[in-house]
Design a protein around this ligand. Structure first.
Ligand code: NAI
Ligand code: MG
Length: 358
């Protein structure tokens, strides 16, 4: 029988990025070996802030063409103490997301078995969200400029761009995604009281697109009130869609409410599948813990599981998540989750658990 083989590009990049991507690759190799019905091929790309400091470029000439040949990209994190964050972010991560039109950024959050939410009344099962973030324009469109640098009369503009094309494709994707979840419930987040142009467009497009999805219930929230609802009534939410900036902030809050930024994944999807999609943990390069062997690899394991679902390997993805949750439940946890295990111990424990599952 011919085996399905998926070609994965790995870009660990900076800080703990390479540590958690290595852990992810170890677990994925084990999973593919045990499963036997599919194969994974990895090619590592050594693009990072180190490369940038040496060559002036994060991505070498022709790099995106190489990347395009893969079925998916597993990314670590970019950001170094001696490179301004807007240079690293635009130089590597956005330099992939934007040309590859990965317009939907998908961020699931839940409370794992054996972990605790900082919310006193929230337990496993009470918080199970999927945040969908606009990933191609909005507040991060890169429009604006600075004049009179350094003068007392300096001005800077940061212009948000909202196009009907991008808002509509994202909101349709959000309704489609909400439909695949048991609750079939979508919350559309805007700030259409204060931002009366772009955000009103969002509300209008949501109302139009909602008519195509009579089986999906939906409601609207202003982003400020949304933060309260997330904290006070987490059970009342399921799928959530918001702009690039708003969802960026809400998803960090979501990760913290679920227990740690060290567990949450992100998918940067091109739903048209013309380009490879990119999968990464939500967290950054965490210089404070780099090289200490204590980074939580769970966010990358969940990321790997999301990647497998996108590649059509749902069964294996499910087994991976079951194994990860069994390991957190056994108490093999890194410091951010209140444990004392290191990256390697957690990774080995997940590999051992997978062995039991198959
Ligand atoms: P961060 O996510 O790197 O760290 C925030 C805090 O969470 C730190 O205390 C860190 O030790 C902890 N933490 C993060 N991931 C962890 C893990 N896997 N296990 C245990 N603890 C973990 O965010 P920060 O400090 O704001 O940014 C550091 C650098 O990362 C900056 O250069 C920033 O621009 C970059 N960054 C990159 C992102 C990306 O590549 N997508 C996303 C967020 C930040
Ligand atoms: Mg963020």
């Amino acid at each position: 029988a011919t085996q399905r083989v998926h070609s994965i590009a790995t870009i660990g990049a900076d800080g703990i990025g390479p540590e958690v991507v290595d852990a992810g690759v170890q677990v994925l190799r084990q999973l593919a070996k045990l499963d036997g019905t599919f194969g994974l091929e990895f090619k590592d790309y050594d693009w990072s802030s180190e490369t940038y400091k040496k060559t002036g470029k994060y991505i070498p000439d022709g790099g995106l063409d190489d990347l395009k040949k893969h079925d998916a990209i597993l990314f670590g994190a970019v950001g170094a103490p001696d490179v301004p964050d807007h240079i690293s972010l635009w130089g590597l991560r956005l330099a992939i997301c934007q040309p590859f039109q990965q317009f939907a950024n998908v961020r699931p959050t839940k409370i794992f078995r054996g972990t605790e939410s900082p919310l006193r009344k929230a337990n496993h099962g009470d918080l199970d969200w999927l945040i969908i973030r606009e990933n191609s324009e909005g507040e991060y469109a890169g429009q604006g400029g600075r004049s009179h640098r350094g003068q007392p009369w300096e001005v800077a503009t940061e212009v948000s761009i909202f196009t009907r094309h991008a808002v509509e494709r994202l909101i349709r994707f959000a309704f489609e995604t909400a439909r695949t979840r048991p609750r079939k419930f979508l919350t559309v987040v805007t700030k259409s009281n204060a931002q009366r142009n772009g955000m009103v467009l969002w509300d209008e497009v949501a109302t139009e697109v909602a008519e195509e999805f009579p089986d999906v219930k939906w409601d609207k929230m202003l982003v400020d009130a949304m933060t309260c609802r997330m904290v006070l009534d987490p059970k009342s939410l399921d799928t959530i869609v918001a702009t690039n900036l708003h969802a960026d902030i809400l998803s960090d809050l979501a990760a913290a409410l679920a227990g740690s930024i060290g567990i949450a994944p992100t998918s940067n999807l091109d739903p048209t599948r013309k380009n490879p999609s990119m999968f990464e943990p939500i967290h950054g390069s965490a210089f404070d813990i780099t090289g200490k062997g204590v980074a939580n690899p769970v966010a990358t394991f969940w990321t790997a599981s999301e990647m497998l679902i996108w590649l059509g390997e749902e069964e294996a993805a499910k087994k991976l998540m079951e194994s990860v949750e069994a390991v957190t439940e056994q108490g093999v946890r890194t410091r951010d989750l209140g444990g004392n295990a290191g990256t390697k111990q957690v990774t080995d424990a997940v590999c051992a658990e997978l062995e039991k599952t198959y």
